[in-house]
Design a protein around this ligand. Structure first.
Ligand SMILES: C[S@@+](CC[C@H](N)C(=O)[O-])C[C@H]1O[C@@H](n2cnc3c(N)ncnc32)[C@H](O)[C@@H]1O
Length: 283
């Protein structure tokens, strides 16, 4: 696996943290999902980090951060798995992962062969991901199309060129990627996916009340930016909210996090009824 080249810096590095989280979950006897490919990403990344100057220390920081985020983030992965399964059962045959990172739903969810999974992320992420996947020899159950793109740029035509059909219902997943964009690009990305959404398409907006200055968020920003002074959160304008979705033809329903997690049996309640997900279906 000498060709792999993990994103040791930059925003794509955040995908490694989530891969570590999925590896931790997969090892648990009471696991909420199994992601067998994630250990290949983790092993390759660990090797690449420890081969760079100061990389071993950086890798330890990524691991420590993954442990801190694990309880809520891992449950979140399972909630999205369930949303995808529901959408596919309801007839969606297109799944678009915005900032797909090292997600392997095209492989691990047993999706039918007539489903197409479009994975959008930065070129640096895919040079690592595809090399690792090739080395494992894994085969997705669904059709898989990758788009190495920057979500801050125009991507709708690239998606169409890859076979995406705007006249077919789609399930759009933003699992921790769009908040990394500047607010104007975040708004543009949601407007773009709205334009590309046939009736019956699904999308979700997470509503958190996080303390951006909590130590693990500060550490995340430092690691991603590579700047030990980069402690300030992005607050450069309004992000798309539920009212925007309603005004643009989505039917929305808010589900509180504490209600959604009940069937999963994990102690990750937040005791704040404002925290949850705005589920949206295109009318
Ligand atoms: C926290 S990770 C989440 C990855 C994946 N959704 C998951 O849950 O495993 C955020 C992802 O967003 C991607 N990302 C951030 N900014 C991006 C941009 N401008 N264009 C494309 N992808 C971007 C990163 O490369 C990274 O893979």
């Amino acid at each position: 696996m000498s060709e792999v080249n993990a994103p040791v810096a930059g925003v794509a590095l955040s995908a490694l943290g989530v891969a570590l989280i999925r590896e931790m979950e997969s090892r648990r006897p009471d696991r909420l999902y199994d992601d067998p490919l994630t250990s290949a990403f983790v092993a390759a990344a660990r090797g690449d980090f420890t081969g760079t100057d100061g990389g071993a220390a950086r890798w330890s920081r990524v691991e420590a951060l993954a442990e801190q985020f694990f309880p809520g983030r891992s449950v979140g992965v399972r909630l999205v798995d369930d949303q995808v399964a529901d959408a596919v059962a309801a007839g969606c045959r297109q799944l678009v992962l915005l900032g797909a990172g090292l997600d392997t739903r095209a492989y691990r969810l047993g999706l039918p062969a007539d489903v197409t999974v479009y994975e959008l992320d930065l070129p640096a992420l895919f040079s690592f991901k595809e090399a690792v996947l090739r080395a494992t020899g894994a085969v997705p159950t669904a059709r898989r199309r990758i788009l190495p793109i920057d979500l801050r740029e125009e991507w709708a035509s690239r998606l169409r060129d890859t076979g995406f059909r705007p006249d077919q219902p789609t399930v759009w997943i933003d699992e921790g990627a769009l908040p990394y964009l500047p607010a104007a690009d975040h708004r543009r990305a949601v407007a773009t996916l709205t334009d590309l959404s046939a009736p019956g398409s699904r999308f979700g907006l997470s509503r958190f009340t996080v303390d951006d200055n909590a130590p693990h968020y500060v550490e995340l920003r430092r690691l991603v930016s590579g700047d030990e002074d980069a402690a300030a959160p992005l607050s450069d304008g309004e992000r798309p909210g539920p009212q925007w979705l309603v005004d643009h033809g989505w039917r929305t329903e808010f589900r509180a996090w504490d209600d959604m997690i009940v069937p999963l049996g994990r102690e990750v309640a937040v005791h704040d009824p404002r925290v949850g997900v705005v589920h949206a279906v295109r009318e």
